[in-house]
Design a protein around this ligand. Structure first.
Ligand code: 3HC
Length: 286
């Protein structure tokens, strides 16, 4: 446990938010998970139950550890439920106006000493910090998907973020048994997604232009480059809509046509083929 952080609040019970909540609970933190939709909260908890059962079945965790972790997670539909948190991790929809509104509201609800972090990898914290009266306590804490499994977490210091806040965030990540990497300057995409983005762009280029199928491109990445999964399987895992929003965000920032999402990605999003979560993306899931 971290000395400054006793209780964690997580905004958004999607795949990222719910798994972040469980990672914190497994490390012993009481967590309040908030979402505006009861259905999303229920889905988030059900999905955690399934993931935790797998770990029990494999002998990675015992039932007592899992029960104790679930007992530390409470859910709420209201941001007021997060008032006692020392750290807020926002994992709401990847839209700037929504995030700004969340932080603006939280600013008047949550104690002044609390730190606010956004899990976004594209929306740097300076875009939301000025929606609060505590910009020195705002930063990015970026987990990877699936957060229960992925070890690395990027902690990003904006120009407004104090050294103390960055240090507390960094120490907190260690306390939840993840490996933190600290970026001293903010840049959209941080490190991992900037590098991954180039790989995905090239994969989509090869597919769109008929050089090879998505299965073959994935096979090259897994068998020639030793990546755990290929770029198309990864887009299905993280959500093709997430990829689309990331690119749109970058395009809106740069105004550069080459930053626009590829036509193939736009088509998938328009058809609602978003990946694992809709049962179909580049692959089909049962
Ligand atoms: N949620 C939680 N846990 C999951 C999971 C999920 N969706 N999928 C798999 N797991 C767990 C399994 O339960 C298993 O746990 P265990 O080791 O305790 O038994 C472990 O992951 C390995 O799973 P499997 O053996 O079933 O399957 P794989 O060997 O294919 O591993 C994977 C699955 C860990 C997801 C692996 O494919 C992988 O590492 N993929 C790359 C993930 C990646 O690159 N993530 C970064 C995405 S970019 C991002 O997140 C940035 C954001 O801003 C968009």
């Amino acid at each position: 446990m971290n000395n400054q952080i006793k209780r964690v609040g997580v905004v958004g019970a999607g795949a990222m938010g719910s798994q972040i909540a469980m990672v914190c609970a497994l490390a012993g933190y009481p967590v309040v998970l908030q979402d505006i939709s009861q259905a999303s909260l229920d889905r988030g908890i059900q999905s955690l139950q399934a993931q935790m059962q797998k770990r029990i079945d494999k002998g990675r965790l015992d039932e007592r550890q899992v029960d104790e972790a679930f007992a530390k997670i409470s859910t709420t539909l209201s941001l007021h439920g997060l008032s006692d948190a020392d750290l807020i991790i926002e994992a709401a929809t990847e839209k700037l106006d929504i995030k700004r509104e969340v932080f603006k509201q939280l600013d008047s609800i949550v104690k002044v000493e609390a730190i606010f972090a956004t899990n976004s990898s594209t929306i740097v914290s300076s875009k939301v910090a000025d929606a609060t009266f505590r910009p020195d306590k705002v930063c990015n804490i970026h987990f990877f998907n699936p957060a229960l499994v992925m070890e690395l977490v990027e902690v990003v210091k904006g120009p407004h973020t104090s050294e103390k806040t960055a240090q507390i965030a960094h120490d907190f990540v260690k306390s939840i048994k993840k490996t933190p990497v600290l970026l001293n300057k903010e840049i959209s995409g941080f490190i991992a997604n900037r590098i991954l983005g180039k790989l995905m762009d090239e994969a989509v280029f090869l597919l769109e232009n008929g050089y090879a199928s998505h299965e073959e491109i994935d096979l090259v990445c897994t068998k020639a480059l030793n990546h755990p999964i290929g770029p198309f399987a990864l887009m299905d895992l993280t959500g093709i809509d997430v990829n689309y929003f990331v690119r749109m965000q970058r395009f809106e920032e740069s105004g550069n046509e080459k930053d626009k999402p590829a036509e193939l990605i736009r088509e998938k999003v328009n058809k609602g083929e978003l990946g694992r979560k809709t049962g179909k993306g580049f692959y089909t899931y049962s």
